[in-house]
Design a protein around this ligand. Structure first.
Ligand code: GSH
Length: 318
């Protein structure tokens, strides 16, 4: 991580822990919003008007948080509006690096070698972890936002007047239920698998493991009435938040994070649901199993010898 703008090498995936050994995730720092007219959003400053070609996403295919921004970019047909750079999924002792892995890119925009250099370019005294995703403004040469929960919301509406997209991932009538369920899905599933993987006590691990599987059981039941998506016939933000963890589950979380009661492949409704979402136009391009596998298994604290498991076979990806 960065401390007063200087890279410190003792990177550990356990960002912080509480008195019971629970993993605690860092709060994001850059919280401006792109809006149709450049007016300020719910947080941060104004001046970030939606414009074609002005904004850029730095992402990793390994990363569920970054991947949800890629999913919304695809669903909202923003590929021609927002450009993308993909980092190398293998974590180095300087954090995320550009280039050097099939499907990753050099940083053509800013010419950096590492993601942390983007942060110090904008905030020379930055203290914190240099995470992806980063939503970058090419015009002002700055970070707009590095919190994927904000980014997926702004991409859902800020460009609609330019793209003509009518898909709404947060319809008014569902916003409350999306937000309520998202809190639980985040706590028990998205972040729950990390809490299991990075627990530093048996207690914290078992607590997280139980949370993960009670959520998966609940979601399996929710889908068992034949509905297409979690809240009915149409895809919403809740599906995107859920999918990014489900698609990484069998290949990374089941083994590396010890979430091993069963795989998603053993849950028929969830398996079909994952498949259904993968088949939506543009979504398969946001998923690279090789990045996910090599990336997670490069976390030295959990897998010191760096051996990447051969299995499981994932029929689902094709
Ligand atoms: N709150 C952030 C979290 C992003 C995050 O934790 N990204 C991870 C990759 S999955 C990262 O870049 N970690 C690097 C580090 O912790 O040093 C978001 O959702 O955008």
């Amino acid at each position: 991580m960065l401390v007063n703008g200087k890279w410190t090498k003792d990177w550990t995936p356990v960002q912080a822990k509480d008195d019971k050994g629970r993993f605690v995730r860092q709060v994001s720092e850059f919280r401006h919003w792109i809006t149709p007219d450049g007016e300020p959003g719910p947080t941060g400053e104004g001046g970030f008007k939606a414009e074609k070609g002005r904004y850029h996403l730095y992402v990793g295919y390994i990363c569920p948080w970054a991947s949800r921004t890629l999913m919304v970019r695809a669903l909202k047909q923003l590929q021609d509006y927002i450009t993308v750079t993909v980092v190398n999924p293998v974590m180095t002792d300087q954090g995320w690096q550009f280039d050097g892995f099939p499907g990753s890119h050099a940083d053509e925009l800013n010419g950096h070698q590492y993601i942390h250099q983007l942060y110090t370019q904008v905030a020379p005294e930055f203290t914190g972890r240099a995470t992806v995703p980063v939503l970058w403004d090419k015009k002002l040469g700055t970070i707009v936002n590095n919190e994927s929960a904000d980014i997926i919301k702004m991409l859902n509406s800020a460009f609609d007047h330019l793209t003509g997209s009518t898909l709404n991932l947060r319809p008014d009538a569902l916003q409350q239920v999306i937000d309520e369920q998202s809190v639980k899905v985040y706590d028990q599933l998205n972040n729950g698998v990390y809490k299991a993987g990075f627990a530093s006590t048996q207690f914290a691990y078992e607590e997280a493991y139980n949370g993960v599987f009670s959520m998966l059981d609940m979601l399996e039941k929710q889908l068992s009435d034949g509905r297409k998506y979690l809240l009915g016939a149409d895809i919403t933000e809740l599906d995107i938040r859920t999918f990014v963890t489900l698609i990484r589950f069998d290949v990374a979380y089941y083994g590396l994070f010890k979430c091993n009661r069963n795989q998603i492949a053993d849950m028929p409704f969830l398996s079909k649901y994952v498949q259904r979402i993968l088949e939506i136009e543009g979504i398969r391009d946001t998923v690279r199993i090789d990045h996910i596998k090599h990336g997670y298994y490069s976390i030295k604290a959990l897998n010191p010898n760096g051996i990447v498991p051969a299995g499981p076979d994932l029929d689902i990806i094709g």
